[in-house]
Design a protein around this ligand. Structure first.
Ligand code: NDP
Length: 254
């Protein structure tokens, strides 16, 4: 792997790397020279992605981890430090979207969204904030990139809890930036509109599925690679430049 790529020497952690935006981000960051730690629950998907990246000359470490499990995330952080080195780029991306009307009382789905989309995001921040600050102290770039959603700003029937978790991720990111930016750690939040991934396939609410399918027919959605290239661009900027909040939309989505 060439030393002159935009992200050569960077050590990245990507959550939700087993599919969609996380997988595409892993491919893009590795192609741009970063070593990548791949976190998600589906081990076989991570192993296969790591094999692809290594075959292309990259460094990849697959780790089956539930992002909501504090001890497992802490253990992953230790393994990454030992096997890849000091982390300076974190893509906090794992998420679930399980809409339903509040009167249906699908409490387990609400709790799962809060656990993964919000508590999980904080588990990752907690596990990697020290290496990010240390990387910044050494004088290099250091990035925490959280994946939120246009849902952070939108109002959609049956998506209340999902949108609330994403509004929390956006606001969390801006507040963390106030804390970490003065110490040269860049905090960015990326808020995509519709992206073609597995995310929608886990939904069970019929009305929400019909709305999503109609949107899929009517407009050209983003690809995971579109979002991945935005993530890589954000991480590749000069150290003093922080894209703090990026809303990336399909052109036709209003
Ligand atoms: P995918 O369903 O393809 O990816 C979600 C990823 O999260 C998977 O890799 C999944 O892996 C992982 N994940 C889910 N639960 C956990 C958990 N408990 N621990 C660890 N990993 C977990 O969807 P996307 O790529 O679309 O989603 C990525 C992010 O982008 C999400 O935060 C989503 O909210 C956001 N987003 C997506 C949009 C879209 O239209 N697709 C629009 C706006 C934002 P595994 O099951 O193997 O654990």
């Amino acid at each position: 792997m060439s030393q002159n790529l935009p992200l050569s020497g960077r050590i990245a952690v990507i959550t939700g790397a087993s599919s969609g935006i996380g997988e595409a981000a892993a491919r893009e960051l590795a192609e741009q020279g970063a070593a990548v730690a791949l976190l998600a629950r589906r081990k076989e998907r991570l192993d296969s992605l790591a094999a692809d990246l290594r075959a292309a000359g990259g460094r990849a470490l697959p780790l089956a981890v539930d992002a909501t499990d504090r001890a497992a995330v802490a253990e992953a952080a230790r393994t990454i430090a030992g096997e890849l080195g000091a982390v300076d780029l974190v893509i906090n991306n794992a998420g679930v979207m399980l809409p339903s009307g509040v009167e249906e009382h699908r409490v387990a789905d609400f709790e799962q969204m809060i656990a993964v989309n919000l508590t999980g995001v904080m588990r990752i921040v907690d596990a990697f904030v020290d290496p990010l600050i240390a990387a910044a102290k050494r004088g290099g770039p250091s990035d925490l990139i959280n994946i939120s959603s246009i849902g952070a700003h939108g109002v959609f029937p049956t998506f209340a809890v999902y949108c609330a978790t994403k509004a929390a991720v956006t606001h969390l990111s801006r507040n963390l930036r106030a804390e970490l930016g003065p110490r040269h750690v860049r905090v960015s939040v990326i808020e995509p509109g519709f992206v073609n991934t597995e995310l929608q396939s886990h939904m069970t609410d019929e009305a929400a599925k019909a709305w999503i399918e109609s949107a899929r027919r009517q407009i050209t959605w983003l690809s995971a690679a579109d979002v991945a290239s935005t993530i890589a661009f954000t991480a590749g900027l000069p150290r003093h430049v922080n894209l703090q909040q990026v809303t990336i939309m399909p052109t036709q989505q209003v």
